[in-house]
Design a protein around this ligand. Structure first.
Ligand code: F6P
Length: 333
């Protein structure tokens, strides 16, 4: 019987640890005598049949490197029927048995759409700094992104302290507040604003002002850091800083951490998680499993069908919310 061939691609926002995952997929596939190709530039490579063969040489040493060897891209037009068909034809022409996609919600939704018209197997791996995929406690890249953000906020604190200023720090997360909540907690920020907890930003303004005033009443002139998830405040942190400065008469400075959060050497946690997910994905595919996303929940490797993974919302950790909002923030004001 001919050896099987699997394909992998990385799609959407790159995340530190994607390379570790590609390496694990290659090593596991090789151990099972499965050939592996990697499409370049996300789904664009699949549409153009632009790929490389993965081997010992090009996967060596990549575990410690951020970004993705296979490059990434967003391909919004992938879900159009003619493109899905093209992708299916290209996979068939290359005799691909299974397509593995490492990416976030949008990328795995694309994979789910492809499965509707392609007879081959599809497996998704949660890879995004946003941590917003249902079916895995953590996604590849999230822990590194938090570390990067916390390191940056620690540095901001030094200058905030020196000037006794208020800083508004915008972190990534797409429409989820995992990064915001975690790095606010880890950096002892005075407030965290996340989309899950702030439904009406303008109504929130009063509470932000009240919070700042109370902190100042208790601690006097002092530094304050408020972490805000991106896409939460209309106009972003720059607008919010201007509004707050006008309303409370105190200098507020905005800082957007931006794409810095996506880069850097993956922390060991992400390398290990990515390796486990990559290995497990190949094992599942080799066993004939299909149309699912692999994940890890409570230290157990699990699978979730793709439809569920992309349509369910993963909730924030309620223990952390309570700590940050009802205990720590209350104590500070
Ligand atoms: O999904 C990862 C992410 O970094 C989000 O946090 C952010 O909203 C988005 O990608 C930014 O995308 P782009 O790099 O296309 O600007």
């Amino acid at each position: 019987m001919a050896n099987k061939t699997f394909a992998v691609l990385t799609s959407g926002g790159d995340a530190p640890g994607m390379n570790a995952c590609i390496r694990a997929i290659y090593l596991t596939a090789a151990s099972l005598n499965i050939h592996l190709i990697g499409f370049l530039h996300g789904y664009n490579g699949l549409l153009k049949s632009d790929y490389i063969r993965l081997n010992n040489h090009n996967t060596k040493g990549i575990i410690a490197i951020g970004g993705t060897l296979l490059k990434s891209a967003r391909c919004v037009e992938f879900n159009q029927p003619e493109n899905l068909l093209k992708a299916a034809n290209n996979l068939q022409a290359l005799n691909i048995d299974c397509l593995i996609v490492i990416g976030g919600n949008g990328s795995l939704s694309g994979l789910y759409e492809l499965k509707k018209i392609w007879f081959g197997q599809v497996i998704g791996i949660p890879g995004t700094i946003d941590n917003d995929l249902f079916g895995s406690d953590y996604t590849i890249g999230y822990q590194t992104a938090i570390d990067t953000a916390v390191d940056a906020i620690d540095k901001l604190r030094d200058t905030a302290e020196a000037f006794e200023r208020i800083f508004l720090v915008e972190v990534m997360g797409r429409n989820a507040g995992f990064i915001a909540l975690s790095c606010a907690l880890a950096s002892a920020s005075e407030q965290a604003l996340t989309p899950e907890l702030v439904t009406d930003p303008h109504a929130e303004l009063e509470s932000i002002i009240a919070h700042v005033e109370t902190v100042r009443q208790i601690e006097g002139q002092c530094s304050m850091i408020i972490v805000i998830a991106e896409n939460l405040w209309p106009g972003g942190v720059t607008d919010l800083a201007t509004t707050l400065t006008e309303q409370i008469g105190l200098e507020c400075r905005p800082c957007t951490l931006g794409h810095i959060q996506r880069g850097g050497r993956p922390v060991a946690f992400d390398r290990i998680l990515a390796s486990k997910l990559g290995c497990f994905a190949v094992q599942q595919a080799a066993a004939g499993e299909d149309n699912l996303m692999v994940g890890e929940i409570n230290q157990i490797m699990v699978t979730t069908d793709l439809a569920t993974a992309v349509s369910h919302q993963k909730p924030l950790d309620t223990f952390m919310i309570n700590m940050q909002q009802n205990i720590f923030e209350v104590y500070h004001g």
